[in-house]
Ligand binder design. Sequence first.
Ligand SMILES: Cc1cc2nc3c(=O)[nH]c(=O)nc-3n(C[C@H](O)[C@H](O)[C@H](O)COP(=O)(O)OP(=O)(O)OC[C@H]3O[C@@H](n4cnc5c(N)ncnc54)[C@H](O)[C@@H]3O)c2cc1C
Length: 461
Amino acid sequence: MASSLDPRLASLGSFLQGYPTIQYATPNSPNYSTLRVTYSLDNHAVPLAIVRPKNAEEVAATVRFARANGIKPVVRSGGNSLFGKSMIQDALIIDMRDIAYININDSKTSATVGGGILFSDLAEVLTKEGLATALGTIPFIGYVGWSTYGGYGPFSAQYGLGCDNIMGAKVVNWKGEVVEADTDMLRGIRGAGGAFGPIVELTIKLYPLMNILAGMIIYDSTDIVVTAQNFGFGYQKLSTEGLPPALSAQQLVMNSPHGKVFACAFIWGSDDFETGQVYLAKIAALGNVVMNTVGPNTVAGYLQHLKTVVPPSAYGSMETISIRELNPEAIAVIARNVEKMPSINGAKFTMHELRGPSAAPNSESIFGAREPHMVLEIIETVVEQADLKRTEDWADTFIGELRKMDPGNILRSTYISVTRPGSNSFENIFGSNYGTLLEMKRKHDPQGIFDLAQPEVNSLK
Ligand SMILES: Cc1cc2nc3c(=O)[nH]c(=O)nc-3n(C[C@H](O)[C@H](O)[C@H](O)COP(=O)(O)OP(=O)(O)OC[C@H]3O[C@@H](n4cnc5c(N)ncnc54)[C@H](O)[C@@H]3O)c2cc1C
């Protein structure tokens, strides 16, 4: 940990005297411990300092200072990296949360958003205008950290992944200049996120959407193995018949006050409620429904509701694997292991499905998983640290069994944002785009200023 005598802190102090509007905290500041808090409660990293710039030029000045003083900058937005990627030991943290503007263009087809904008704030503004964009449902997630590394969510099938909705970006480059990302850098940002420097602004696509159907279907889980199997086989059948882009039916196993339940987070992202009700009935028919909260809502309203039920932080992280289809082998492994899920608050199993436009090769992005697939997430997070060992053991067994499945059904790529460091290589994650990523990194970060940014590929090698 940096002591108050650390010469880097003295240099930082002098630098910040020239930028009195930049709020900051060093380890001795009273607000340091509050600013240091992120989703991951077991990240004990002590950064050199945390700065909170209010605009692109202040971010640029911070990068120039860091480069001149041999200090590594790291960006934090929502702070929801499960693996501590935005709060790193000895780094200079650039906390983007004060750069959170949203400007909608006149034709309401795109918006420019600040690098620190969170889902809930974005949804709030868009819903008021009868607009939407590709978004996830966890309200406190940072839009830039989510979208630029992929960005799965309930609108993926109709609008595409978050990264495919990025039209432009303003980045602070390795020299500390605010630049408009060129076509090449933009391709890299769509998959490798902040690897080329802090993203101070994105231009994103918007779509007209006022109302949605949203809520949770909870199935009788007395015999959760049977419930999981019935849902799995039934969903795969519906999927083979063809599902409409507006439908998202995300299966979820969680612990509720009434015990372990198999549920489906249902979202119908279209004003055509008549067709939505047809698909709601089809999804509900995949099990014996004991509770159904699906009803008319807005994206902002739904996120607002989730704000009250999703814990803002937790101990532990997750394991992941991506598969091509829910075949009988996968369904059996899932059913067997969700039954063994410890009855601990926080433990969950869920999956994101990618189908539609983003599940096809895309030369404008280096995101690695361009085929229809399911991202399986074994969430071992817990609210009480003492429970962690049990959920970790469960997750280890579960992921071990999934990895032993038919390799023909397993993607080499895993979703970087939920991939435990070291559990998969960047070569696998980015696939045939890995070489391009290395070239881009050498070109856009030749001195390795942003080497701590995810994916941590070293441009000097
Ligand atoms: C509870 C929970 C639920 C989740 N659900 C989903 C989901 O449904 N779908 C999904 O796709 N993912 C999901 N994720 C993963 C999440 O999208 C990623 O962890 C995402 O990167 C978080 O972004 P953030 O800004 O909130 O977090 P941070 O920790 O602040 O940032 C994450 C990474 O992005 C970088 N970054 C953030 N902002 C910028 C910027 N402006 N410029 C440059 N780099 C930046 C950071 O440096 C860091 O490497 C979930 C995570 C959690 C904890």
